[in-house]
Design a binder for this molecule. Structure first.
Ligand code: C5P
Length: 317
């Protein structure tokens, strides 16, 4: 795996500030095993980074401080539970320094939406602090810190497309033969990821379909579709084992999914643990058409159009 690009890598702690741009993700396959003894679930998690981005700016400060701007900034916790704060503290402790940094998050990724917005901020803050402090951690070290922060954080750093095994943190980069066009319908409010996993377990237990804790396989049809850049084949192969649980907790998502399907989307699915829903379109024009139909459907709060794959966390200033 190559290191995330650092076009303007500062050479020392004299930098005034560092800004990192970091993408959202959609899961094109999310195969979920039964719960492991530690409560997590083994996954075959095929991530695709998409062109909705947060920007994290790290600036020297007297103490660790987090601020956030953007339309949904009021929903972002600014306390030490924020993954950006935890990333700065983890890097500082590894290098025996104090996390004297102001992290500003310019938020464009839906909050608690199943698009890894919190994970993006963790990966972004980690790369920004590494550049600001001149710690120059290796990619393996950065990925290890990311995995401690959360299951999706390593992918936010890496970007592109990747298969995540285990909790989703054991990444294998994937080849993608084209650009895919997506529409995202943002729901009102978020869904708690642990609650969605618990609901998935509950539904399976009730139906007697718990698959057991072993590692699920990745879909070869899906990996072939990604490699071939074939949107129709990808649409046939996408799957999300958390979808039934997300819809069970938020039944109105079924209407959003139906609105996108009847507008001609090739595939309609819940993004990760939701409640954002994701629609694959065959072209940029089709994506705009599906987006317009979703906007006028009254079944979601906002609609965003994006493409993927895109780069992971990148220093931009
Ligand atoms: O790793 P992360 O902190 O993002 O996970 C949040 C929650 O999602 C976990 O506490 C767990 O309930 C659930 N989870 C899981 N299996 C995974 C990833 C997440 O059960 N592979």
């Amino acid at each position: 795996m190559s290191r995330p690009p650092r076009p303007e890598e500062p050479s020392s702690v004299t930098a005034q500030s560092v800004t990192v741009r970091v993408p959202a993700k959609v899961n094109v396959q999310l195969a979920v095993a039964g719960p492991r003894p530690d409560g997590f679930h083994n996954l075959a998690n095929v991530f695709l980074a998409v062109s909705l981005h947060d920007r994290v700016t790290a600036t020297p400060a007297d103490e660790l401080r987090i601020t956030c701007s953007g339309p949904d900034a009021d929903q972002v916790p600014l306390d030490p539970s924020n993954l950006a704060a935890r990333a700065a503290l983890a890097l500082a402790s590894r290098y025996g320094r104090e996390a004297r940094v102001h992290l500003h998050i310019d938020k464009d990724i839906p909050v608690a939406g199943g698009m890894a917005g919190g994970s993006a901020d963790g990966a972004g803050a980690l790369l920004a602090c590494d550049a600001l402090w001149g710690t120059h951690a290796s990619l393996d070290e950065l990925l290890a810190i990311c995995a401690e922060l959360g299951s999706d954080v390593p992918f936010s750093l890496l970007g592109g497309a990747a298969l995540g095994r285990g909790r989703g943190e054991q990444l294998t980069p994937l080849e993608v033969g084209g650009t895919f066009h997506w529409v995202f319908a943002v729901a009102d409010g978020g869904l708690s990821t642990p609650a969605v996993y618990a609901e998935c377990d509950r539904l399976r237990a009730a139906a007697g379909t718990d698959p057991g804790p072993d590692q699920p396989p990745a879909s070869t049809a899906l990996l072939d579709a990604l490699r071939g850049g074939d949107a129709a084949a990808l649409a046939d192969a996408v799957s999300n084992d958390l979808q039934a649980a997300a819809v069970s907790l938020r039944p109105s998502l079924a209407e959003t999914l139906a609105a996108g399907s009847s507008a001609g989307a090739l595939a309609a699915m819940v993004s990760g643990s939701g409640p954002t829903t994701a629609f694959l379109a065959k072209s940029a024009e089709e994506a705009e058409r599906v987006a317009a139909a979703l906007r006028s459907s009254g079944t979601c709060r906002a609609v965003r159009v994006a493409t993927g794959p895109v780069d992971g966390a990148t220093v931009v200033g």
